[in-house]
Design a protein. Structure first.
Length: 150
């Protein structure tokens, strides 16, 4: 019967390193919801090296390192970790989300007013003028539930 490697580690390592095995076994429960952002990269005598997938998360976790350190040491038999180090690691495989540019649907039932057309006519840049017109149309579509958007 196949067993996870973290279950087999206790048979390989000497008894003094059991706290490291316990840390490895319980890592997901220790780190909680951040387990998709933070990975246990290396365990030394008193230091953990944590791999972080995003530099923004790396900075946030660094700022919270004293709290993380406290939580980790509370889960161990005694306070063993004195230092946390963070390093940027490649993104772990996750389901990829695609973002598509919303398409402008046909003109709304409500045409632009003369005031709106006049305001748009004052804009010299044709691309900006078109972008603002499309934006105004999208705004009307979102307000009108019968237009079929949203």
């Amino acid at each position: 019967m196949a067993q996870p490697i973290k279950e087999l580690l206790s048979t390989v390592f000497d008894q003094p390193d059991n706290w490291k095995i316990d840390l490895l076994r319980n890592w997901d429960s220790i780190i909680g919801n951040l387990n998709t952002k933070v990975y246990l990269e290396r365990i030394t005598d008193d230091t953990l090296v944590l791999g972080v997938t995003d530099s923004c998360w790396l900075q946030e976790l660094y700022m919270l390192s004293h709290v993380i350190l406290q939580v980790i040491n509370e889960k161990l038999d005694r306070p063993r970790i004195k230092q946390l180090r963070f390093k940027k690691v490649g993104i772990r495989p996750v389901k990829k989300q695609t973002c598509t540019k919303p398409t402008i649907r046909a003109r709304t039932k409500r045409p632009l007013t003369a005031k709106e057309k006049g305001a748009l006519a004052h804009i010299k840049d044709p691309q900006l003028q078109q972008a603002l017109e499309d934006f105004l149309i999208r705004c009307y579509q979102e307000q009108d539930p019968s237009s079929g958007s949203g």
